[in-house]
Design a protein around this ligand. Structure first.
Ligand code: BJW
Length: 289
């Protein structure tokens, strides 16, 4: 089932809300996988797919050379092979680290939106006394879920704020909104280059996050895929695996994705509008029980 014609999506959202309420009643696990669309309304560009600006969007011409093209997905105006692969970094570490520092500072300036806050509230409603009823797998590297109050978060593709020594692996956190200034930045102790702790194409995801994704896929009763094109693996495979074993799978997205054919319900629209509505339904439903 797919819906997206304004309030016509209420029925689809209602089905997702009922599935969540049933899961909470059984003490089952709710798994959420979020993607760049969830942060789009905080003014952070997505990689691909449809675009919807939002409450935190920067004005064009900001302090670090933002321009009107900023609203376009990143991979429509940048080459992923040059910027998000180990080979691209080896070829031009200055270009790659300058670009990641620009994104790091942009994300530091952004604020969580109503969609992030709704997922944090959903966690509080689902988690149960042992916190075992909810897990959030995020492909985002911006830290906005945690800033909105989400606790059980697994960062599948790493973080823009942690950087590591290319030789020793020693990590350093960059939380300063000022530009790093030196590209690539260096480890003061070794003089080696630092790279962001993000997962580039062709690199393995950290073992613990893959384990968290596999466990969520094998145990959840409800799997929500929100603001992701579901185009990148292994992340996209978690929802597919959950659906294959009979979990209820729903997606919230502006447009159809690779998951739409598999999902029990596809709700078309903006995360910052639909997720708060969904969580209000769950809150109201719990109040009635
Ligand atoms: C809204 C909205 C609003 C907008 N509201 N919605 C199986 C099949 C085919 C290929 C592979 C496969 N398995 C592995 C691969 C290869 C590859 C891959 O998946 N390629 C595909 C592109 C085909 N995967 C990998 O290479 C992975 N590694 C791996 O598999 O390693 C194997 C290995 C094992 C052992 C040793 C060595 C290797 C790694 C993938 C890493 C992905 N990295 C990136 C960059 C991270 C750093 C950075 O941020 O720069 O991660 S790429 C980019 O895509 C980023 C994202 O996390 C990821 C997913 O994107 P996401 O979040 O879905 O965003 P978008 O932009 O795609 O979609 C946004 C959506 O939101 C759209 O649908 C909009 O409509 C919607 N939207 N506004 C609601 N307001």
């Amino acid at each position: 089932m797919s819906a997206g014609d304004g309030r016509g999506d209420s029925e689809a959202l209602g089905r997702v809300g009922e599935a969540l309420l049933g899961c909470i009643a059984h003490g089952g696990l709710v798994a959420v996988c979020s993607g760049a669309g969830c942060s789009a309304e905080s003014g952070i560009p997505t990689f691909r797919g449809a675009v919807a600006g939002g409450e935190g969007a920067d004005a064009p011409g900001g302090d670090d050379g933002d321009d009107p093209a900023i609203a376009l997905p990143l991979w429509s105006r940048n080459d992923p092979a040059a910027l998000a692969t180990p080979e691209g970094f080896a070829r031009d570490p200055e270009l790659v680290t300058r670009w990641y520092d620009w994104r790091r500072r942009r994300c530091l300036r952004a604020s969580p939106n109503a969609g992030h806050r709704a997922l944090a509230e959903l966690e509080a409603l689902c988690a149960g006394a042992d916190g075992d009823g909810f897990v959030l797998l995020t492909q985002n590297v911006d830290g906005l879920h945690q800033r909105a109050g989400s606790v059980r978060v697994h960062e599948l593709h790493g973080s823009l704020y942690r950087w590591r020594d290319v030789a020793t692996g020693a990590e350093r956190v960059f939380a300063d909104p000022a530009p790093m200034g030196v590209y690539p930045p260096r480890n003061d102790a070794t003089g080696n280059a630092l790279r962001p702790c993000v997962v580039w194409f062709g690199e393995a995801l950290p073992e613990e996050v893959v384990d968290a994704g596999l466990e969520a896929a094998s145990r959840c009763e409800v799997f929500l895929s929100v603001g992701t094109s579901a185009a990148v693996y292994p992340a996209a495979g978690f929802a597919e695996a959950a659906g294959a074993r009979g979990a209820f799978v729903a997606e919230v997205n502006l447009e159809a994705t690779g998951l739409s054919g598999v999902a029990d319900v596809s709700v078309r629209g903006r995360c910052a509008e639909l997720l708060p509505r969904l969580v209000s339904m769950v809150r109201a439903g719990l109040g009635e029980r």
